[in-house]
Design a protein around this ligand. Structure first.
Ligand code: HEC
Ligand code: HEC
Ligand code: HEC
Ligand code: HEC
Ligand code: HEC
Length: 214
C-alpha cells in the first residue's frame, strides 16, 4: 500500500533517517570524548614546518649545547624564551656564513626583527602553565618534550591534556630528579632520587582548579 501512496524516494529518505537516528548517540559519545577537548592540546605528533630547518639533534645532540643556552628564561619565567637570531649568529657569522638555509636568520638579524618560528606546543588560553615551577623542582624537560636531542624537527610528544597534567600532580615522585639535571637527556635517576628530591624541596603539586585555571 505505502508504495502506492509514497513515491520511491521516501524509501531512501527513511533509510537516511534510520542511519541518523542510530548514528546520533554514537556521534554524541564521540563528541563528548573527543570533541570537547581542545584540538591543539591533544595533537600528539604535531610537527609544523619551520622557516629554517633548525635541528635540535645537531645543536643539542651532536654539538651538545645546553637547552638554557637558547631557552634562557626557562628557569626564571613561565615561558621558555625562543632565542633571537643574534643567538644563532654567535656561531653562524663564522660557521656556514653563506648557507642559503640560514638566510632568514641573517635577514632577521640585520633588520632586528623576530624569526617567524611556528609554535609547536600551545595550551588553550584558559590554562596557566609555568616552566620555572617545574624545572626548578626537578621535572626534566624530557618528561614533557621527549628526546629533543634526537629531534631533527620538533614534534609534540605528549597529550597536554588535563588528565596528563593531573596524573603527575597526583604522583610526582617517579618523575623527579636532581634539579641540576633537568636539561640532561636520557637521564636515569638513582634509586630513591625522586623521593629524596620530594622531601628536601617539600614538593606537593596542587590539584585544585585555580592552580591551572586562574
Ligand atoms: C641553539 C639554540 C637551541 C638550543 C641549544 C635548544 N633549542 Fe629548543 N628551540 C630552538 C629554536 C630556534 C626553536 C624554534 C624552532 C623549532 O621549533 O624547531 C626551539 C624550539 C623548541 C621547542 C618547541 C617550542 C614550541 O614551539 O612549542 C622545545 C620544546 C624545545 N625547543 C626544547 C629544547 C630542549 C629541551 C633543549 C635542550 C635539550 C633545547 N630546546 C635546546 C633553539 C634551541
Ligand atoms: C655553538 C654554535 C652554534 C649555534 C649557537 C648555532 N649553530 Fe647552527 N650550526 C652549528 C654548526 C657547527 C653547524 C654544522 C656545520 C657543518 O655542518 O659544517 C650548524 C648548522 C646549522 C644549520 C645547517 C645549515 C646548512 O647549510 O647545512 C642550520 C639551518 C642551523 N645551524 C641553524 C641554526 C639556528 C637557527 C641557530 C639559532 C637558533 C643556530 N643554528 C645556532 C653551530 C651553531
Ligand atoms: C611539566 C611539563 C614541562 C616541562 C618539564 C618543560 N616544559 Fe616546555 N612546555 C610545556 C608546555 C605545556 C608548553 C606549552 C605552554 C603553553 O602553551 O602555554 C611548553 C612550551 C615550551 C616552549 C615554547 C615556548 C613557551 O614557553 O610556550 C619551549 C621553548 C619549551 N617548552 C622548552 C622547554 C625546556 C628547554 C624545558 C626544560 C628546561 C622545558 N620546556 C620543560 C611543558 C613542559
Ligand atoms: C611530570 C610531572 C608534571 C607534569 C606532567 C605537570 N606538572 Fe605541574 N607541577 C609538577 C611539580 C613537581 C610541581 C611543583 C610542585 C611544588 O613545588 O610543590 C608543579 C607545579 C605546577 C604549577 C605551580 C603551582 C604553584 O602554585 O606553585 C602549575 C601552575 C602547574 N604545575 C601546572 C601544570 C600544568 C597546566 C600541566 C599540564 C599542561 C602540568 N603542570 C604538568 C609536576 C608536573
Ligand atoms: C594541573 C593542571 C590542571 C588542574 C589542576 C585543573 N585543570 Fe582543567 N584543564 C587543564 C588543561 C591542560 C586543560 C586543557 C586540555 C584539555 O582539554 O584536557 C584543561 C581543561 C579544562 C576544561 C575544558 C574541558 C575539556 O575537557 O577540554 C574544563 C571545564 C576544566 N579544565 C575544568 C577543571 C576543573 C573544574 C578543575 C578542578 C577540579 C580543573 N580543571 C583542574 C589543566 C588543569
Amino acid at each position: 500500500m505505502s508504495r502506492v501512496i509514497f513515491p520511491e524516494w521516501t524509501e531512501t529518505l527513511k533509510k537516511a533517517l534510520r542511519v541518523l537516528i542510530i548514528g546520533a548517540p554514537v556521534y554524541l559519545v564521540l563528541l563528548l570524548v573527543l570533541g570537547v577537548r581542545d584540538g591543539k592540546a591533544i595533537r600528539i605528533g604535531y610537527q609544523p614546518d619551520q622557516p629554517v630547518p633548525y635541528s635540535h639533534a645537531l645543536h643539542a645532540g651532536d654539538i651538545g649545547l645546553d637547552c638554557r643556552y637558547c631557552h634562557s628564561t626557562v628557569e626564571q619565567g613561565a615561558k621558555a624564551a625562543v632565542p633571537p637570531a643574534a643567538t644563532c649568529m654567535n656561531c653562524h657569522t663564522s660557521v656556514l656564513p653563506q648557507s642559503p638555509l640560514l638566510l632568514p636568520i641573517r635577514q632577521a638579524y640585520a633588520e632586528n626583527t623576530p624569526v617567524k618560528w611556528v609554535r609547536v606546543h600551545d595550551l588553550p588560553d584558559y590554562v596557566y602553565f609555568n616552566h620555572s615551577a617545574h624545572v626548578t623542582r626537578g621535572v626534566g624537560c624530557e618528561k614533557c618534550h621527549g628526546r629533543i636531542d634526537h629531534a631533527v624537527k620538533v614534534a609534540q610528544e605528549v597529550p597536554l591534556t588535563m588528565g596528563w597534567c593531573l596524573d603527575c600532580h597526583r604522583n610526582p615522585e617517579p618523575n623527579l630528579r636532581d634539579p641540576e639535571k633537568v636539561t640532561e637527556m636520557g637521564y636515569i635517576p638513582q634509586p630513591g632520587e625522586g623521593a629524596a628530591v620530594m622531601k628536601s624541596l617539600n614538593i606537593n603539586p596542587p590539584t585544585d582548579c585555580s592552580t591551572c585555571h586562574r
